[in-house]
Design a protein around this ligand. Sequence first.
Ligand SMILES: NC(=O)c1ccc[n+]([C@@H]2O[C@H](COP(=O)([O-])OP(=O)(O)OC[C@H]3O[C@@H](n4cnc5c(N)ncnc54)[C@H](O)[C@@H]3O)[C@@H](O)[C@H]2O)c1
Length: 308
Amino acid sequence: MKVTVVGAGAVGASCAEYIAIKNFASEVVLVDIKEGFAEGKAMDLMQTASLNGFDTRITGVTGDYSKTANSDVCVITSGIPRKPGMTREELIGINAGIVKDVSANLVKHSPNTILIIVSNPMDTMAYLAHKTSGLEKNKIIGMGGALDSARFKYRLAEALGAPISDVDGMVIGGHSDTGMVPLTRMATRNSIPMTKFLSEERLEQVKEDTKVGGATLTKLLGTSAWYAPGAAVSAMVQAIACDQKKMFPCSALLEGEYGMDDISIGVPVILGKNGIEKIVEIELTDAEKNHIKESSEGVRKTNGLLEL
Ligand SMILES: NC(=O)c1ccc[n+]([C@@H]2O[C@H](COP(=O)([O-])OP(=O)(O)OC[C@H]3O[C@@H](n4cnc5c(N)ncnc54)[C@H](O)[C@@H]3O)[C@@H](O)[C@H]2O)c1
C-alpha cells in the first residue's frame, strides 16, 4: 500500500503521521512545492518511527511526481488555508489552479489511484477533480464530513458531560459554515436518541457550534486546524487500504441520489478498496431536505466560479 500526500504543511504532515502510526501502509510519499520542505518533514517523521513503533517508510520530494508512481491512494492537501474571518469559499482563486495541476500530475503517474481531496473549498475542489482528472467517480472522494462528524461528536459529548465513545452522530451536506447539516435527530448515546438527554435548545447550540467548528479553531490558532483533519483523512485512507467497508459522510459526485445531480457534496458512503463502494441514501425530514437543498445551492454557486 503506497500513499501519496501532496502538501507537506500542517494537514498533510498530520495525515502522514497518523497513517504511519496506524502502521497499515508500506510507504507514504510527501510532496510539496517548497524546496526541501517535504524532505524535511519526512525525515523528522521517520525519526519518530523507533519511538512510535511504526514500519511505514515516509519519504519527501519537491515537486517530483515520478516518485509518487503507482500510489494506491493520493491525498491532496496543497493550497492555502484560511485566516481568521475568511470563509473556505474565498480560497478558490488560488486553490483551484493548484488542485487541477496536482491532480493531473498524480493521475499521470498513478492512473488507477483513488484521490482524496482536502484542499478548500473542498466540495468544489472535488467537483473540479471530477471534471478534469479523468478518474471514475467512485475514485474521487472529498474529505469534510468525517471531520465535521468528529467535531459534532465532540460537541455532543461536551453537552452530555459524557465520553465521546458514548456518542454517535453524523454531519452531511456541504463542508462550509452554513452548508453543514448535523443530523441531531439521528444522533444517539448508546443507541438512545440524543433528544432523551438534551433539550431542543441545547441540541441547537451543539448544531451551531459544530457548523462553525473550523472557524472557531481558525480564530484561536490564526490558521486552520490540522490534528483532526489529519486524523479524519487517515481514517478514510485506512478504510480504503484495509477494505473496511466503513461508512463516512464524504463529498461524492451525485447522479440522482438525494434528488441531486452533477454536484459533489457530503453524503454517507461506504469506503473500501474501490473507493466509494456505495452511496447510502437515508430518509430525511422535510426540514433536513430543505437544509441540504440550501447547502447544495451554496456549493453550486462556488462551483460556478470554476473556469472549466
Ligand atoms: N477538508 C477539510 O476538512 C480541511 C480541513 C483543514 C484544512 N483544509 C484545507 O487544506 C489545505 C491545507 O491546509 P494546511 O493547514 O495544511 O495549509 P499549509 O499552508 O500548512 O500547507 C499547505 C502546503 O501546500 C503546499 N503547496 C502549495 N502549492 C502547492 C503545489 N502546487 N504543489 C505542492 N504543494 C503545494 C505549500 O507549500 C504548503 O506546504 C487548505 O486549503 C485548507 O483550507 C481542509
